[in-house]
Design a protein around this ligand. Structure first.
Ligand SMILES: [Zn+2]
Length: 100
C-alpha cells in the first residue's frame, strides 16, 4: 500500500468515526448532556488532528467556539439578517454567530 492510499484510508475511517460521534451526540442531548459535550470535543480533536473537512450539515450541528451541540429553538437561535439577506445561527451559550 502506498502512502496516498494509506492517507485516504485514514481520512475515510476518521470521517466515519466523526459521523458516528455526531449521531451519538444527537442521541444523548436530552438524557446525557455531559456526554454530548464530550462527544463533540472528541470529534473536534479528530478534525484538528487529521484535517478533516466537515460537510455543510455537520458544521451546522455544533458551535465552533464553545463546542456545544446546537439545537435550533433550544440553545440556539436562527436569526434572519435582512441587511445581508442571510440566516445566522446564534449560539445561546457563548453568543457566537455563524452564517448558514
Ligand atoms: Zn457557542
Amino acid at each position: 500500500m502506498n502512502i496516498q492510499a494509506k492517507k485516504r484510508l485514514i481520512k475515510n475511517t476518521t470521517k466515519d468515526a466523526i459521523a458516528i460521534l455526531l449521531a451519538q451526540a444527537e442521541e444523548n442531548t436530552a438524557s446525557h448532556p455531559d456526554r454530548t459535550k464530550r462527544y463533540i470535543e472528541m470529534l473536534w480533536a479528530l478534525v484538528k488532528k487529521y484535517k478533516i473537512r466537515l460537510t455543510k450539515d455537520q458544521k451546522k450541528k455544533f458551535c465552533r467556539k464553545c463546542l456545544s451541540f446546537l439545537i435550533v429553538n433550544g440553545n440556539a437561535k436562527a436569526i434572519f439578517d435582512a441587511k445581508h439577506n442571510s440566516f445566522y445561527l446564534k449560539c445561546g451559550k457563548c453568543g457566537n454567530k455563524r452564517r448558514i
